[in-house]
Design a protein around this ligand. Sequence first.
Ligand code: OAD
Length: 280
Amino acid sequence: MSGVEELIERAARDLASSSYAIALTGAGISTDSGIPDFRGPNGIWTKNPEAEKRAYETYFRFLRDPAQYWHDRLTMGTSLLGNLQEAKPNPAHYALAELEKMGIIKSVLTQNIDGLHEKAGSQRVFEYHGSIYKLRCPSCGCRFRYEEYDLKGLLAEGKLPPRCRECSSPIKDDVVHFNEPIPADVAHASLEEAHRCDLMLICGTSAVVYPFAELPRVARYRRAGSRLFSLEQEKRTVIIEVNAEPTPLTREGISDYLIQGRLAEVLPQIVERVKKLRSQ
Ligand code: OAD
């Protein structure tokens, strides 16, 4: 067995013996669906650092002038990520959905806005940085489908910005921009999952954007809490990374091990090994 094969076997055994496994995903899981990542060798920010600097301004532009923000969005060119609506899930997304169907993975916490986990069949998905398919009211937190608003009509009639149907505040797309708070519902749910899990499978993230990158640390350092006074010893959370390159989580020893490789190849192999283990 090669080093990678041994680690795939180890990950399969760890998953099979876990009782509450969760997956954390980043842009690296969608590169094989034709969507560029941000900080890999061909990443959007790697190739265009100026665009990253501009991205830090987007949320402030919305706060300053939501009508102008929407006008720009509806009249200016396409997204830096390309046409996300047309992208299809790849074997890595399907592998996570299959692990959920097998009852092993209990949720997917993703930084991706592309909706590909749901398209692949994952049921319990927390979209930490939002979704391209939704609109959200930053004031009351309500979300809406894009189809519920005639944005082009509002633009033509000079009635931008779109307003929340619950509280009348200007709404924005659900996608979370730099400097924007993570929506409270998804932030709380993700934190709970990170506290609860006994295995975290981290896929395709450079783990440098906070607060998402805090979640593996929460899982690593969580304390026994109410179990302090119980005789039961809390098991250490197993943290596995699958990534093309080492990350701060690898270097700081937050993850137990890194399976260095391509997600669309590694994750399906893990699923196959888990199935074999279960049939033994
Ligand atoms: P990054 O681009 O920072 O990291 C993606 C990681 O996946 C890199 O380490 C790549 O080497 C690795 N990778 C790429 N393709 C892979 C493949 N096929 N198999 C295995 N590994 C692969 O993306 P994120 O960590 O998701 O935020 O970035 C986090 C946030 O930064 C994004 O959500 C976005 C961005 O700015 C906002 O827009 C707020």
